[in-house]
Write a protein that binds this ligand. Structure first.
Ligand SMILES: NC(=O)c1ccc[n+]([C@@H]2O[C@H](COP(=O)([O-])OP(=O)(O)OC[C@H]3O[C@@H](n4cnc5c(N)ncnc54)[C@H](OP(=O)(O)O)[C@@H]3O)[C@@H](O)[C@H]2O)c1
Length: 215
């Protein structure tokens, strides 16, 4: 599959590297065509890896991942272009973390709205599936980094898009338990897990942990 990834940070790199290792062709998008981190990632990943602008990655991908700074994601998607996004599945991994007042970060949007919903509202013709935003990027593509059973949450309005994403999460990335929380408004809940995630990261001095729901 041809896949477009928005974002040259550790998340874009981790997901992109995993997808290339599985034989997919991946274009990593950023604000400029020759972003240094993007170039480094292309060099490390060979012929199936390429880079370009956000619009280049959006046009290239049959499927898309949003791995950009949450406070910039809406702007990034505007740069990607509604026409390039139209009809495609967009896995939204971003969190609207606001570090402007230092640590811990606050959420720029929460309670009655979420970044996932803002993206879906702004680009009604893209099929947003919120996923992977509650785990560190090491775990995203290799959940066995954390021993035992643990859960991943997804949500989104389009049932077929969610089925496709669950298939990728399970069969490409190795997730055993994916909990579908319903429509995109559930992104409020998964994004609001971040304050406790950040707190736990401080406590354990490691990002290698996850949530397990026990009934
Ligand atoms: N780190 C993790 O393990 C983890 C886990 C779960 C969720 N997340 C979420 O995943 C997302 C990516 O995290 P990350 O740590 O990999 O990278 P990041 O540093 O949060 O974001 C990097 C990307 O954001 C773009 N960006 C930053 N400011 C921008 C602006 N003003 N306008 C347009 N684009 C801008 C950058 O564009 P350029 O390439 O042009 O510089 C870059 O591609 C975040 O939303 C984060 O909260 C991260």
């Amino acid at each position: 599959m041809k896949i477009g990834i928005f974002g040259t940070g550790m998340v874009g790199s981790a997901i992109g590297t995993k997808l290339v290792s599985l034989g997919h062709e991946v274009k990593m998008g950023s604000r400029t065509t020759a972003n240094a981190k993007g170039a480094e990632w292309v060099k490390a990943n060979g012929a199936k890896a390429s880079q370009g602008t956000f619009a280049d990655a959006a046009a290239y991908g049959e499927m898309l991942f949003n791995c950009t700074h949450g406070m910039a994601s809406l702007d990034v998607l505007k740069q990607a272009g509604a026409q390039n996004l139209k009809g495609k599945v967009l896995v939204d991994v971003a969190n609207s973390l606001d570090f402007s007042k230092g640590m811990p970060p606050s959420l720029a949007v929460c309670n009655t709205d979420s970044l996932g919903e803002q993206i879906q509202r702004s680009f009604p013709e893209v099929k947003v599936v919120k996923a992977l935003n509650t785990v560190n990027c090491n775990l995203m593509v290799n959940p066995s980094v954390v021993k035992g059973d643990h859960d991943l949450f997804i949500c989104g309005n389009d049932a077929q898009a969610k089925t496709k994403v669950v298939d990728i999460l399970k069969n490409w990335f190795g997730w055993k338990s994916v909990i579908d929380l319903g429509d995109i408004t559930a992104a409020r809940a998964t994004e609001m897990l971040l304050p406790i995630w950040v707190r736990l990261m401080g406590l354990y001095k490691s990002p290698n942990f996850n949530f397990k729901i026990v009934k």
